[in-house]
Design a protein around this ligand. Structure first.
Ligand code: AMP
Length: 398
């Protein structure tokens, strides 16, 4: 069975074609500048075919999908003989609200329900629906599955997901914490249990997804019981450009003093804050590492804040679960920055965590970075959201 995994953004579309016999990625690629002009980078990973990296007109997502199918099936760049060999499509969908606690086969009712969640994810869900409709238009009645970023967190109890604001806002408007990165937290926690050789139902895991966007999840016996992102992905940890947790009074103060509209304020909190805002250097952790090494105090402060917040939130989840067996690092920073991991792990001394420096220096593989006698095990597990989407699609399509 071959499954096409689609992650559609407002002007971009990422894809992977995965062979489910081997779970190998046959080809992957990225369409960019959809609706502007259009560019496709298509990378075949089997058959020794060359990379295609050129401008292709893409007035809408339909032309983008058509270009992807064309490349996947072409004699020069293709990895399958025809579109008929693609058995199903799995779509990443950002927000499933309270309607979706797991992945589902897409039909008109599901599309309508995803549409109903647009107010919760006004930038992402419309793009996801556009991707679904474009696939329908180009690929006809190929079975499609939606995999939601929010679904894994639907097991959180009320005490974790409620905001302490008047209850009517939850009841009437769905104002609550939903959490994001669920597919990543689900993948790495399941993989962590495999690596430990224990059923996930016997483990307490803290999963730290640290990338440009970052979140932490508390996974108690396989179920998410808390996570750091909330109603939107703005909160929790300080991130590349997002502010993380913030007193609402700060928003009022800045808006009043500088005469900002709410849109201008949210733009600052989403795009100009986080480690970028504090450092004034960059949202990219590599730039911050370099600047800090050259003596830039604000870059150092931004990195210190990030590490402190990861340790603080992770520690609160150890309290929430009354213990922890394993801590997992994943995503761009978590997978690549041994300095960040080592600095965060220092805060876990009270848990009896000790780090093996040689293991921590490895990259690009699943690795236990704690010493064998460490009371709590610490892992680096490269995340693989596309594989989760492909597996769910296979399981649902059958
Ligand atoms: P992601 O959002 O998961 O793609 O992660 C992107 C983040 O990972 C960016 O801030 C990168 O700076 C960071 N990153 C990638 N490689 C490294 C590295 N070697 N050291 C530190 N940060 C890295």
């Amino acid at each position: 069975m071959k499954i096409l995994v689609i992650n559609a953004g407002s002007s971009s579309l990422k894809y992977q074609l995965i062979d489910m016999e081997t779970e190998a990625v046959m080809a992957k690629g990225l369409c960019e500048r959809i609706g502007i002009d259009g560019h496709l980078k298509h990378t075949p990973l089997v058959g020794g075919k060359p990379v295609f990296n050129e401008d292709v007109p893409m007035p809408t997502h339909s032309e983008a999908i058509a270009a992807v199918i064309d490349k996947l099936t072409s004699a020069e760049y293709g990895v399958v003989g025809s579109m008929k060999e693609i058995d199903a499509v799995g779509h990443r969908v950002v927000h499933g609200g309270e309607k979706f606690a797991s992945s589902v086969k897409i039909d008109d009712e599901v599309i309508a329900a995803i549409e109903e969640c647009i107010p919760f994810a006004p930038l992402h869900n419309p793009a996801n629906i556009t991707g679904i409709n474009a696939c329908k238009a180009v690929m006809g009645d190929v079975p499609m599955v939606a995999v939601f970023d929010t679904a894994f967190h639907q097991t959180m109890p009320g005490k974790a997901y409620m905001y302490a604001v008047p209850y009517e806002y939850y009841k009437n408007d769905g104002i609550r914490r939903y959490g994001f990165h669920g597919t990543s937290h689900r993948y790495v926690s399941a993989r962590c249990a495999e690596l430990m050789g224990k059923p996930i139902e016997e483990l307490k895991i803290v999963s730290c997804h640290m990338g440009n966007g970052s979140s932490i999840a508390a996974i108690d016996h396989g179920k998410c019981v808390d996570t750091s992102m909330g109603f939107t992905p703005l909160v929790g940890l300080p991130m590349g450009t997002r502010c993380g947790d913030l007193d609402a009074g700060v928003i009022q103060f800045i808006m009043n003093k500088y005469g900002y509209s709410i849109d201008e304020m949210l733009n600052i909190l989403n795009k100009k804050s986080g480690v970028l805002g504090v450092s004034g250097v960059s949202s990219d952790f590599r730039d911050l590492d370099n600047a800090a090494a050259e003596g830039n105090d604000r870059a150092r402060l931004a990195l210190d804040m990030f590490q402190y917040w990861v340790a603080k939130v992770a520690g609160s989840y150890v309290a929430a679960m009354n213990g922890v067996d394993a801590i997992v690092f994943t995503a761009g920073v978590g997978e690549n920055s041994k300095e960040t991991r080592a600095a965060i792990a220092k805060y876990f001394g009270y848990l009896g965590v000790t780090i093996d420096e040689a293991a921590n220096a490895k990259r690009g593989e699943d690795v236990m970075i704690s010493t064998p006698d460490s009371k709590v095990k610490v892992f680096v597990i490269p995340t693989n959201e596309e594989l989760v989407i492909a597996r769910d699609t296979r399981d649902i399509v059958g």
